[in-house]
Design a protein around this ligand. Structure first.
Ligand SMILES: [Zn+2]
Length: 272
């Protein structure tokens, strides 16, 4: 049974196809899948690499940055010759060179309250590979309202966090965990705090794994659990996250009906 897979694809994905829990059906699902990756940096690099290698048929990438030399210590889809180029361009070239099966669509823009609904529409999974609270809350709120599953990852110095929001009946969301962003300066970004270069590689690989499992409908996701990884101690812990009845976006009496209700600034505070 080849399910429309051609000979080249049967060869390319043969190690998936011999897995009982993937098979030709699962590979066909991957080739039919559409995933939005927001951020083509440290997390986005391994996510794009492994989603493309897995044969996710349609990958959309959003990023408004250009490649800087200081990115190359961890952002592995960009090369030294790409310094100064838009990140979406080098990311798309990397994917196109890796696999002719993948269609890449690029958006050289920042995700905002004005464009997020259009960006996420029609995707099976949205991957949050951003590095700032405004984008995280924006993606969370828009995807919770639209019912689109999200893979979330974040890195800080030697520590990383990853979870999945499936948007099911009993699923929590990012605001269940952190109703608002911490005060300015309480959680500095990579440029201020530094980050071990390989760390976003590890966390991004977890996100790619979760995304592929969601498409396949196989295994247990991190929905309702926050995986905390300490690279210095090589320690992994999974902390339960419960849906909050007071959550402003997915709780019993939500106060966010639209991303236009919120100002996505430092705090991403909920309107009164
Ligand atoms: Zn929530």
């Amino acid at each position: 049974m080849s399910l429309g897979l051609d000979q080249t694809q049967l060869d390319r994905y043969s190690r998936h196809i011999i897995l009982d829990d993937v098979g030709p059906e699962g590979q066909a699902q991957l080739l039919d899948a559409s995933v939005l990756v927001v951020g083509a940096g440290g997390l986005g690099s391994p996510i794009l690499q492994y989603l493309a290698a897995a044969g996710v048929g349609e990958i959309h990438v959003v990023d408004d940055d250009v490649v800087e030399r200081s990115n190359l210590q961890r952002q592995t889809v960009h090369a030294d010759a790409d310094v100064g180029r838009p990140k979406v361009d080098s990311a798309a070239e990397f994917v196109a060179e890796l696999s002719p099966d993948v269609t890449v669509e690029t958006y050289e823009q920042r995700a905002t309250a004005e464009n997020i609904e259009g960006l996420i529409e029609g995707h099976d999974v949205v991957v949050d590979a951003t590095d700032n609270f405004a984008s995280r809350y924006l993606i969370n709120d828009a995807c919770a309202l639209a019912g689109i599953p999200v893979s979330h990852g974040a890195v800080y110095r030697f520590e990383g966090q990853v979870t999945t929001f499936e948007q099911g009946e009993d699923s929590p969301c990012y605001r269940c965990l952190f109703p608002e962003a911490p005060p300015d300066g309480a959680a500095p970004d990579c440029a201020t705090a530094g980050v071990l270069g390989v760390l976003p590689g590890t966390i991004g690989c977890f996100q790619a794994t979760e995304t592929i499992k969601l498409v396949l409908g196989h295994g247990e996701s991190l929905d309702g659990r926050l995986l905390c990884y300490d690279a210095a101690e090589m320690d992994i812990e999974r902390v339960p996250i419960r849906p909050s009845p007071d959550c402003p976006v997915c709780g019993e009496t939500p106060r966010i009906d639209s991303v236009r209700d919120v100002r996505y600034d430092e705090r991403c505070a909920v309107p009164e």
